[in-house]
Design a protein around this ligand. Structure first.
Ligand SMILES: NC(=O)c1ccc[n+]([C@@H]2O[C@H](COP(=O)([O-])OP(=O)(O)OC[C@H]3O[C@@H](n4cnc5c(N)ncnc54)[C@H](O)[C@@H]3O)[C@@H](O)[C@H]2O)c1
Length: 436
């Protein structure tokens, strides 16, 4: 019988549950979770209880200061990193130094120095790192890759990419730890790592030059005041001023949010329901980026975080035509009952209309059909990613598994864009990190 792979998980808030559930329930013939770590003792205890609910044993739990002890005592082969972005580098590097391979959630890390440290640690330890880009695995995104590989519109010359986050899901980044750029690298790293990874993968290239502009133009107290708002509150829970505001999140109204975050506040003071119109937001909500890739393709990219609908539009201009792609995404609140990441959410039926139009030169345009796609969990990407992580099949002709180089290249566009926003100048991506 094949030996079970031993996994430890660090960061037990919302996203970790998908991995824990997959290993404990769907792939328990391949691996098992042996330890859990989080800076918040309340949340890490809930995670162990969840493991029991899935039919497993109570798991040993550790704090941020006893991560090394977890590795020594529970002897994992692989550490899964699902903590706050700012902390990814620390756990990736330490896990590799202690002899483990690593699976890290996106973004791999948040700035160039941390990215360099991860690349260097990989070289010295010889360990492996997977970065889990679930968007690659969504069948509709894989279909676009297939079409581009078949050159249905010839060689791609330029890309126009617009991503919209709505006032529900998009607003959530301004309530949570992400609102502080030091935690998340801003949306150009935290969120756009998905988009920039897709483009690198679709084009089989990586960024060379980046120029960007970005600002906080909608969220934040200053912007609200200039629209005439005079009533402000700090948090969405238990404040009468927040009661009538559709932007406010009342943690008591959702049993999962209450249990995971509100009931755990005593342990670390983290408030998940901050007002999106309060002070202290250091990330942008409106960003424009120009990129030139190594293969000379150019991209114009725009991310708006205060849109009435959520989804994306991408147009590929090729030398034999144009491919147009549009996806309407389901908006949800991370960690809440409508979040498909959360096991407790049960089976959530999700329909996300997507359309791929191929418009060849001199011939009639045609729509590429996307039939019978299960869209639950990031366009059906999560389930396929988990399969590939925990029970991979044959070699994947689409090359969806992402390593640390892909992880680094996906954040370098955003890191360069952040630098460009600060300096007003274009950034040569080759100046940011060395790949040894
Ligand atoms: N691929 C996707 O679609 C997707 C979706 C959601 C989240 N994510 C990623 O998963 C990660 C977690 O996001 P989330 O939504 O679960 O956030 P979350 O806030 O729900 O959970 C983060 C957890 O990290 C813990 N933490 C904070 N500082 C720590 C430290 N120093 N050491 C150990 N633990 C610490 C927090 O206590 C919390 O429990 C992020 O990196 C995010 O980008 C990816």
């Amino acid at each position: 019988m094949q030996e079970l792979t031993r996994y430890a998980i660090v960061g037990t808030g919302g996203r970790y549950a998908m991995y824990l559930r997959a290993i404990a329930r769907d792939f328990n013939n391949r691996g098992r979770v042996v330890g859990l770590c989080d800076i918040n003792p309340h949340r890490v205890k809930l995670a162990s209880e969840y493991h029991e609910k899935l039919g497993g044993a109570a798991l040993p739990t550790y704090g941020a200061d006893t991560f090394d002890a977890m590795i020594a005592e529970t002897k994992p082969d692989v550490v899964i990193v699902t903590s706050v972005d700012r902390t990814h580098d620390r756990y990736i590097i330490r896990a590799m130094e202690l002899g483990c391979d690593v699976i890290s959630e996106k973004p791999m890390t948040t700035d160039a120095d941390k990215c360099q440290s991860i690349i260097d640690a990989m070289a010295t330890t010889g360990r492996k790192l997977r970065v889990t880009f679930n968007y690659r695995y969504a069948p509709r995104n894989s279909k676009v890759k297939e079409l581009l590989m078949q050159r249905v519109v010839g060689n791609i010359k330029s890309v126009h990419f617009e991503w919209l986050l709505d006032t529900r899901h998009g607003a959530d980044y301004f309530r949570r730890w992400h609102r502080d750029k030091r935690n998340s690298g801003g949306l150009l790293v935290h969120k756009a790592t998905h988009h920039f990874d897709l483009v690198n993968w679709w084009l089989a290239s990586h960024p060379r030059t980046v120029f960007a502009m970005g600002d906080l133009v909608f969220y934040g107290r200053d912007n609200a005041e200039s629209r005439g708002v005079t009533d402000f509150y700090q948090r969405g829970t238990d404040d009468p001023i927040a009661a009538g505001d559709p932007f406010a999140l009342d943690l008591r109204k959702d049993k999962l949010l209450k249990r995971i975050y509100f009931d755990g506040e005593h342990a670390d003071g983290y408030r998940r329901d901050q007002s999106v119109f309060s002070d202290g937001i250091s990330i942008e909500d409106d960003m424009s980026v120009l990129v030139r890739y190594e293969n000379r393709v150019t991209m114009t990219y725009h991310l708006t975080a205060y849109s009435p609908w959520e989804g994306y539009r991408v147009a590929f201009n090729g030398d034999a035509g144009r491919l147009e792609y549009e996806v309407h995404e389901n908006s949800y609140i991370s960690g809440a009952e409508d979040d498909a990441n959360r096991a407790d959410a049960g089976d959530i039926e999700i329909h996300e209309p997507a359309r791929i139009m191929v418009r060849p030169h001199w011939r009639a345009p045609y729509e590429v059909t996307l039939d019978n796609l299960d869209e639950t969990g990031h366009g059906g990407g999560d389930a396929r990613l988990l399969q590939d992580l925990f029970d991979p099949g044959e070699d994947d002709p689409l090359g969806r598994a992402a390593n640390h180089i892909d992880g680094a290249r996906s954040i370098l566009t955003g890191i360069a864009a952040n630098r460009s926003i600060q300096t007003g100048l274009p950034v040569d991506v080759r100046s940011l990190v060395r790949f040894n």
